[in-house]
Design a protein around this ligand. Structure first.
Ligand code: 4HQ
Length: 242
C-alpha cells in the first residue's frame, strides 16, 4: 500500500519511518510512505500558504491553490483522498480494516484554523476524525491512521497477533495479560493461567474479556453480535455480578 501525506511539517511525518512496525513495513516494501510539503506549492516567493478568512473571524486558513496542487502532484485513479478533521466520521477498527485494502491513500493535513472549503467540496473523497476533540493540526491524526492501517497490512504482524483481530475477542475489550515473574511484591498471576489447561484458559479469557467490556465499555456490547457461549457468560455476569 502507498500512503501520501500532504503537510506543512514534512519532517515530523518522515520520522514515522524510524518507528517500530511502521519502519519495518517500509523496509520490507509492504508500505510506501510519501511525504509532500504543501509549501512547495506556495503562491509566492514568500512561500505563503495561508490567508485571512473572508467574512472575518479569528485565525488563518490554508489557501486552496497549494493544497489542490499538492493533491494533483500525487493523485492517480486509484487514490482515495482523505482530509483529517473533527467533522469526519470517527475512526474505528472496522474503518481501518477497509482502508487497509485501498491501494493509495492521500492524507491531507490541515493546520491553523483549517482549510478553504472549496478543497473539501471538490477534491476530498472523505473526512475522517480521530475523536471528538480539537488538535492543532492533522499530522498526529494522520499518524494515528497510518499506524492503525499498517498493522493490518499482510505480513506486518506475526500470525498469532493478527489472528486475534479476527478471533471471537473481536468487538470486545482484551482480557488481562501477565508475564514472568509469577509473583511481584506479593502480587500474583491468576492460577488458571499456570494450569496448562488450554480450554479452561480460553473460557477464563473470554469471560474476563466480556467482564471488562461490560464494566468499562458497555456501549461496545450493544454493537457486538454474541454467540451462545458469550451470551451465557454475559447472562451469568449480569445475574451473579461475578
Ligand atoms: N484537527 N481528528 C484542526 C483535529 C482532528 C481530529 C485537524 C484540528 C485539522 C485544521 N483531525 N485541523 N480531532 O482536531 O482529525
Amino acid at each position: 500500500m502507498k500512503i501520501s501525506v500532504l503537510t506543512l511539517f514534512p519532517d515530523f511525518i518522515k520520522n514515522l519511518s524510524n518507528f517500530s512496525m511502521i519502519g519495518r513495513a517500509i523496509d520490507e516494501e509492504i508500505l510506501e510512505l510519501e511525504v509532500t510539503d504543501i509549501r512547495d506549492f506556495a503562491i509566492n516567493k514568500y512561500l505563503q500558504v495561508d490567508d485571512y478568512p473572508y467574512g472575518g473571524g479569528p485565525g488563518m486558513l490554508m489557501q486552496v491553490k497549494p493544497i489542490v496542487e499538492a493533491i494533483e502532484s500525487c493523485k492517480s485513479e486509484k487514490s482515495k483522498v482523505i482530509y483529517m478533521s473533527p467533522q469526519g466520521k470517527v475512526l474505528t477498527q472496522d474503518k481501518l480494516l477497509s482502508l487497509s485494502k485501498e491501494q493509495h491513500l492521500i492524507l491531507v493535513n490541515g493546520h491553523y484554523e483549517g482549510i478553504d472549503q472549496r478543497v473539501i467540496d471538490n477534491y476530498i473523497d472523505e473526512e475522517i476524525s480521530i475523536g471528538d476533540y480539537v488538535l492543532t493540526g492533522g499530522e498526529i491524526p494522520s499518524m494515528v491512521l497510518i499506524d492503525g492501517v499498517t498493522r493490518l497490512l499482510d505480513g506486518v504482524l506475526a500470525g498469532e497477533e493478527s489472528f486475534s483481530d479476527e478471533s471471537h475477542f473481536n468487538g470486545l475489550l482484551e482480557y488481562p495479560q501477565y508475564t514472568r515473574p509469577k509473583e511481584f511484591r506479593g502480587y500474583t498471576v491468576p492460577d488458571i493461567l499456570l494450569s496448562g489447561d488450554h480450554e479452561k484458559i480460553r473460557k477464563y479469557r473470554l469471560k474476563e474479556s466480556i467482564k471488562n467490556t461490560l464494566l468499562k465499555r458497555p456501549d461496545l456490547l450493544d454493537k457486538k453480535i454474541l454467540n451462545k457461549e458469550e451470551k451465557d457468560i454475559l447472562n451469568d455476569l449480569l445475574e451473579g455480578g461475578k
